[in-house]
Design a protein around this ligand. Structure first.
Ligand SMILES: Cc1cc2nc3c(=O)[nH]c(=O)nc-3n(C[C@H](O)[C@H](O)[C@H](O)COP(=O)(O)O)c2cc1C
Length: 304
Protein backbone atom coordinates (compact mmCIF):
# COMPACT_ATOMS: atom_id res chain seq x y z
CA UNK A 1 0.00 0.00 0.00
CA UNK A 2 1.14 3.53 -0.78
CA UNK A 3 2.55 5.56 2.10
CA UNK A 4 1.04 8.99 2.75
CA UNK A 5 3.44 11.89 3.25
CA UNK A 6 2.24 15.30 4.42
CA UNK A 7 4.37 18.41 3.91
CA UNK A 8 3.34 21.28 6.19
CA UNK A 9 4.87 24.75 5.80
CA UNK A 10 4.40 28.50 5.80
CA UNK A 11 6.73 30.75 3.84
CA UNK A 12 6.73 34.48 3.15
CA UNK A 13 9.76 34.68 0.90
CA UNK A 14 9.46 31.25 -0.69
CA UNK A 15 12.73 30.07 0.89
CA UNK A 16 11.17 27.52 3.23
CA UNK A 17 8.80 26.32 0.54
CA UNK A 18 11.79 25.66 -1.76
CA UNK A 19 13.54 23.75 1.02
CA UNK A 20 10.60 21.48 1.90
CA UNK A 21 9.77 20.85 -1.76
CA UNK A 22 13.37 19.78 -2.40
CA UNK A 23 13.31 17.46 0.60
CA UNK A 24 10.03 15.98 -0.65
CA UNK A 25 11.44 15.30 -4.16
CA UNK A 26 12.62 11.71 -3.54
CA UNK A 27 9.06 10.88 -2.40
CA UNK A 28 7.52 12.67 -5.38
CA UNK A 29 9.82 10.67 -7.67
CA UNK A 30 8.25 7.37 -6.55
CA UNK A 31 4.59 7.91 -7.31
CA UNK A 32 3.79 4.20 -6.99
CA UNK A 33 5.22 4.15 -3.43
CA UNK A 34 4.21 7.51 -1.99
CA UNK A 35 1.34 9.95 -2.07
CA UNK A 36 2.60 13.43 -1.19
CA UNK A 37 0.15 16.10 0.06
CA UNK A 38 1.09 19.74 0.71
CA UNK A 39 -0.46 21.94 3.35
CA UNK A 40 0.49 25.61 3.18
CA UNK A 41 -0.60 27.21 6.46
CA UNK A 42 -2.57 30.37 5.71
CA UNK A 43 -3.53 33.07 8.15
CA UNK A 44 -6.89 34.75 7.80
CA UNK A 45 -4.96 38.02 7.81
CA UNK A 46 -1.38 37.47 6.70
CA UNK A 47 1.70 39.55 7.60
CA UNK A 48 3.10 41.85 4.93
CA UNK A 49 6.21 40.97 2.95
CA UNK A 50 8.44 42.93 2.45
CA UNK A 51 7.99 44.12 6.02
CA UNK A 52 7.48 47.81 6.81
CA UNK A 53 9.99 48.38 9.67
CA UNK A 54 7.34 49.43 12.21
CA UNK A 55 5.18 46.34 11.53
CA UNK A 56 8.24 44.11 11.92
CA UNK A 57 9.03 45.36 15.42
CA UNK A 58 5.37 45.60 16.39
CA UNK A 59 5.06 41.85 15.73
CA UNK A 60 7.59 41.08 18.48
CA UNK A 61 5.46 40.79 21.68
CA UNK A 62 2.76 38.48 20.24
CA UNK A 63 5.42 36.53 18.40
CA UNK A 64 7.59 35.93 21.43
CA UNK A 65 4.60 35.22 23.72
CA UNK A 66 3.22 32.72 21.18
CA UNK A 67 -0.15 34.43 20.82
CA UNK A 68 -1.92 32.82 17.85
CA UNK A 69 -3.91 34.38 14.99
CA UNK A 70 -6.76 32.79 13.11
CA UNK A 71 -5.81 30.36 10.34
CA UNK A 72 -7.85 29.24 7.34
CA UNK A 73 -8.94 25.60 7.69
CA UNK A 74 -6.83 23.05 5.78
CA UNK A 75 -8.64 21.45 2.83
CA UNK A 76 -10.65 18.24 3.21
CA UNK A 77 -7.99 16.53 1.09
CA UNK A 78 -5.39 17.37 3.75
CA UNK A 79 -7.59 16.49 6.72
CA UNK A 80 -9.08 13.24 5.50
CA UNK A 81 -5.94 11.08 5.47
CA UNK A 82 -3.81 9.34 8.05
CA UNK A 83 -0.15 10.07 7.36
CA UNK A 84 2.87 7.79 7.62
CA UNK A 85 5.23 10.75 7.86
CA UNK A 86 4.97 14.52 8.21
CA UNK A 87 7.65 16.92 6.99
CA UNK A 88 7.04 19.97 9.13
CA UNK A 89 8.64 23.18 7.81
CA UNK A 90 8.88 26.17 10.11
CA UNK A 91 10.73 29.43 10.51
CA UNK A 92 11.73 31.35 13.62
CA UNK A 93 10.45 34.81 14.52
CA UNK A 94 12.06 36.46 17.53
CA UNK A 95 13.65 33.27 18.90
CA UNK A 96 10.29 31.46 18.72
CA UNK A 97 8.44 29.41 16.07
CA UNK A 98 6.70 32.03 13.87
CA UNK A 99 3.13 33.20 14.56
CA UNK A 100 1.65 31.26 11.61
CA UNK A 101 3.29 28.07 12.90
CA UNK A 102 2.16 28.68 16.48
CA UNK A 103 -1.34 29.48 15.17
CA UNK A 104 -1.46 26.10 13.44
CA UNK A 105 -0.02 24.26 16.46
CA UNK A 106 -2.64 25.82 18.72
CA UNK A 107 -5.51 25.01 16.33
CA UNK A 108 -7.42 21.76 16.60
CA UNK A 109 -6.09 20.80 13.15
CA UNK A 110 -2.59 20.18 14.51
CA UNK A 111 -3.95 17.78 17.12
CA UNK A 112 -5.84 15.91 14.40
CA UNK A 113 -2.96 15.74 11.90
CA UNK A 114 0.05 15.22 14.15
CA UNK A 115 -1.26 12.77 16.74
CA UNK A 116 0.75 9.54 16.84
CA UNK A 117 2.45 10.41 13.58
CA UNK A 118 6.21 10.55 12.91
CA UNK A 119 7.30 14.15 12.32
CA UNK A 120 10.50 15.60 10.90
CA UNK A 121 11.00 19.26 11.67
CA UNK A 122 12.70 21.37 8.99
CA UNK A 123 13.69 24.97 9.62
CA UNK A 124 15.13 27.70 7.39
CA UNK A 125 16.32 30.56 9.59
CA UNK A 126 19.01 33.22 9.92
CA UNK A 127 20.95 31.18 12.50
CA UNK A 128 19.13 31.29 15.84
CA UNK A 129 16.79 28.32 15.88
CA UNK A 130 18.12 26.16 18.72
CA UNK A 131 15.87 27.26 21.57
CA UNK A 132 12.86 27.61 19.23
CA UNK A 133 13.31 23.95 18.46
CA UNK A 134 13.10 23.27 22.20
CA UNK A 135 9.81 25.21 22.31
CA UNK A 136 8.54 23.24 19.31
CA UNK A 137 9.52 19.93 20.93
CA UNK A 138 7.17 20.75 23.81
CA UNK A 139 4.25 21.40 21.42
CA UNK A 140 4.94 18.15 19.56
CA UNK A 141 5.12 16.17 22.79
CA UNK A 142 1.83 17.68 24.00
CA UNK A 143 0.18 16.91 20.65
CA UNK A 144 1.43 13.30 20.95
CA UNK A 145 3.42 13.57 17.74
CA UNK A 146 6.59 11.45 17.36
CA UNK A 147 9.56 13.66 16.56
CA UNK A 148 11.94 11.46 14.55
CA UNK A 149 14.23 13.97 12.85
CA UNK A 150 15.32 17.57 12.60
CA UNK A 151 16.99 19.53 9.81
CA UNK A 152 18.05 23.13 10.47
CA UNK A 153 19.25 25.14 7.51
CA UNK A 154 20.77 28.56 8.24
CA UNK A 155 22.68 31.45 6.76
CA UNK A 156 26.33 30.30 7.13
CA UNK A 157 27.78 33.81 7.10
CA UNK A 158 29.00 35.35 10.34
CA UNK A 159 26.35 36.62 12.72
CA UNK A 160 26.85 40.30 11.86
CA UNK A 161 26.85 39.91 8.07
CA UNK A 162 23.64 37.89 8.29
CA UNK A 163 21.97 40.64 10.36
CA UNK A 164 22.75 43.19 7.63
CA UNK A 165 21.60 40.98 4.79
CA UNK A 166 18.40 39.83 6.51
CA UNK A 167 17.35 43.43 7.13
CA UNK A 168 17.79 44.17 3.39
CA UNK A 169 15.93 40.98 2.51
CA UNK A 170 12.97 41.31 4.88
CA UNK A 171 12.43 45.06 4.42
CA UNK A 172 13.15 45.34 0.68
CA UNK A 173 12.50 41.83 -0.55
CA UNK A 174 16.05 41.59 -1.91
CA UNK A 175 17.75 38.27 -1.15
CA UNK A 176 20.44 38.65 -3.86
CA UNK A 177 23.87 40.09 -3.07
CA UNK A 178 24.47 43.81 -3.51
CA UNK A 179 27.53 46.01 -3.04
CA UNK A 180 29.75 44.43 -0.39
CA UNK A 181 26.97 42.35 1.08
CA UNK A 182 26.44 38.69 0.07
CA UNK A 183 23.08 37.06 -0.61
CA UNK A 184 20.84 36.65 2.45
CA UNK A 185 19.45 33.50 4.04
CA UNK A 186 20.16 29.87 3.21
CA UNK A 187 22.42 29.61 0.15
CA UNK A 188 21.00 28.45 -3.18
CA UNK A 189 23.43 25.50 -3.13
CA UNK A 190 22.11 24.30 0.21
CA UNK A 191 18.51 24.76 -0.83
CA UNK A 192 19.04 22.74 -4.00
CA UNK A 193 21.26 20.27 -2.15
CA UNK A 194 18.63 19.58 0.51
CA UNK A 195 17.26 16.84 -1.78
CA UNK A 196 19.94 14.67 -0.12
CA UNK A 197 18.05 14.86 3.19
CA UNK A 198 14.92 13.64 1.45
CA UNK A 199 16.89 10.66 0.13
CA UNK A 200 18.13 9.82 3.64
CA UNK A 201 14.63 10.13 5.10
CA UNK A 202 13.10 8.01 2.33
CA UNK A 203 15.68 5.27 2.93
CA UNK A 204 14.93 5.17 6.68
CA UNK A 205 11.17 5.21 6.13
CA UNK A 206 11.38 2.39 3.60
CA UNK A 207 13.46 0.28 6.02
CA UNK A 208 11.13 1.14 8.95
CA UNK A 209 14.19 2.51 10.68
CA UNK A 210 13.17 6.07 11.59
CA UNK A 211 14.69 5.61 15.10
CA UNK A 212 18.15 5.83 13.56
CA UNK A 213 17.37 8.71 11.23
CA UNK A 214 18.64 11.68 13.24
CA UNK A 215 22.29 10.52 13.60
CA UNK A 216 22.32 9.93 9.84
CA UNK A 217 20.96 13.43 9.17
CA UNK A 218 23.52 14.98 11.54
CA UNK A 219 26.36 13.03 9.88
CA UNK A 220 25.26 14.55 6.57
CA UNK A 221 25.31 18.16 7.77
CA UNK A 222 21.66 18.71 8.73
CA UNK A 223 22.54 20.43 12.02
CA UNK A 224 25.26 22.92 12.89
CA UNK A 225 25.45 24.07 16.51
CA UNK A 226 27.43 27.25 17.22
CA UNK A 227 27.80 27.37 21.04
CA UNK A 228 28.18 31.16 21.02
CA UNK A 229 24.76 31.55 19.40
CA UNK A 230 23.20 29.26 21.99
CA UNK A 231 24.55 31.61 24.66
CA UNK A 232 23.12 34.63 22.82
CA UNK A 233 19.76 32.87 22.53
CA UNK A 234 19.69 32.07 26.25
CA UNK A 235 20.38 35.68 27.17
CA UNK A 236 17.97 36.86 24.44
CA UNK A 237 15.11 34.72 25.76
CA UNK A 238 15.49 36.17 29.25
CA UNK A 239 15.46 39.74 27.96
CA UNK A 240 12.65 39.14 25.46
CA UNK A 241 10.49 37.75 28.27
CA UNK A 242 10.80 41.04 30.14
CA UNK A 243 10.25 43.27 27.07
CA UNK A 244 7.30 41.32 25.63
CA UNK A 245 5.39 41.21 28.93
CA UNK A 246 6.05 44.88 29.54
CA UNK A 247 4.78 45.88 26.08
CA UNK A 248 1.65 43.71 26.40
CA UNK A 249 0.85 45.05 29.88
CA UNK A 250 1.39 48.75 29.13
CA UNK A 251 -1.05 48.87 26.22
CA UNK A 252 -1.31 52.66 26.14
CA UNK A 253 2.50 53.04 25.88
CA UNK A 254 2.91 50.36 23.20
CA UNK A 255 4.14 52.58 20.29
CA UNK A 256 6.77 54.19 22.49
CA UNK A 257 7.90 50.93 24.07
CA UNK A 258 8.20 49.31 20.63
CA UNK A 259 10.52 52.19 19.61
CA UNK A 260 12.65 51.62 22.74
CA UNK A 261 12.69 47.90 22.06
CA UNK A 262 13.99 48.55 18.55
CA UNK A 263 16.86 50.70 19.87
CA UNK A 264 17.53 48.12 22.56
CA UNK A 265 17.65 45.26 20.04
CA UNK A 266 20.09 47.12 17.78
CA UNK A 267 22.33 47.93 20.77
CA UNK A 268 22.15 44.31 21.92
CA UNK A 269 23.20 43.02 18.49
CA UNK A 270 25.97 45.51 17.78
CA UNK A 271 27.32 46.33 21.26
CA UNK A 272 26.32 43.69 23.82
CA UNK A 273 26.69 40.59 21.66
CA UNK A 274 30.39 41.27 20.76
CA UNK A 275 31.10 41.53 24.50
CA UNK A 276 29.28 38.22 25.06
CA UNK A 277 31.38 36.75 22.22
CA UNK A 278 34.68 37.77 23.85
CA UNK A 279 33.56 36.37 27.22
CA UNK A 280 32.39 33.21 25.51
CA UNK A 281 35.77 32.70 23.83
CA UNK A 282 37.72 33.42 27.01
CA UNK A 283 35.75 30.83 28.96
CA UNK A 284 36.04 28.13 26.28
CA UNK A 285 38.58 25.93 28.19
CA UNK A 286 36.52 26.06 31.41
CA UNK A 287 33.20 25.11 29.80
CA UNK A 288 34.51 22.87 27.02
CA UNK A 289 32.91 19.60 28.18
CA UNK A 290 29.65 21.26 29.21
CA UNK A 291 29.33 22.90 25.79
CA UNK A 292 30.13 19.65 23.99
CA UNK A 293 27.36 17.92 25.95
CA UNK A 294 24.95 20.74 25.16
CA UNK A 295 25.88 20.52 21.48
CA UNK A 296 25.14 16.78 21.37
CA UNK A 297 21.79 17.39 23.05
CA UNK A 298 20.77 20.17 20.62
CA UNK A 299 21.75 18.02 17.64
CA UNK A 300 19.30 15.39 18.83
CA UNK A 301 15.54 15.04 19.01
CA UNK A 302 15.00 14.26 22.70
CA UNK A 303 13.40 16.69 25.11
CA UNK A 304 15.02 17.28 28.51
C1 LIG B 1 9.61 38.90 12.27
C2 LIG B 1 10.78 38.03 11.98
C3 LIG B 1 11.64 37.64 13.02
C4 LIG B 1 12.71 36.76 12.76
N1 LIG B 1 13.48 36.33 13.82
C5 LIG B 1 14.45 35.38 13.61
C6 LIG B 1 15.17 34.83 14.72
O1 LIG B 1 14.92 35.13 15.90
N2 LIG B 1 16.14 33.92 14.45
C7 LIG B 1 16.45 33.53 13.17
O2 LIG B 1 17.36 32.72 13.00
N3 LIG B 1 15.74 34.02 12.10
C8 LIG B 1 14.75 34.92 12.29
N4 LIG B 1 14.00 35.40 11.22
C9 LIG B 1 14.24 34.82 9.85
C10 LIG B 1 13.17 33.73 9.54
O3 LIG B 1 13.34 32.62 10.42
C11 LIG B 1 13.21 33.21 8.09
O4 LIG B 1 14.42 32.59 7.84
C12 LIG B 1 13.00 34.29 7.05
O5 LIG B 1 12.02 35.19 7.46
C13 LIG B 1 12.62 33.64 5.69
O6 LIG B 1 11.24 33.65 5.51
P1 LIG B 1 10.28 32.44 5.08
O7 LIG B 1 10.72 31.21 5.78
O8 LIG B 1 8.92 32.90 5.58
O9 LIG B 1 10.32 32.35 3.61
C14 LIG B 1 12.96 36.31 11.45
C15 LIG B 1 12.11 36.74 10.41
C16 LIG B 1 11.04 37.55 10.66
C17 LIG B 1 10.13 37.93 9.52
Amino acid sequence: MKKNILVIYYSQTGQLEDIVRNIAKPFEAQKEEYDVTYYNIQLKEDFPYPWPGDVFFDTFPESYLQIPKEILPPSEEVLNKKYDLILFGYQVWFLTPSIPIISFLKSGYAAQLLKETPVITISGTRNMWMLSQEKLKVYLRDLKAKLVGNIALVDRHDNYTSVLTIVRWLTKGQKEKSGLLPAAGVSDEEITGSVKYGEIIEKHLKNTDLENLQPDLVKNGAIEIRPFLVRVEKVGNKIFTVWSNLIIKKKEKRPLLIKFFKVYLMTAIWVISPVVLVLHLLTTPIFWFKRQKQKRYLQGINLK
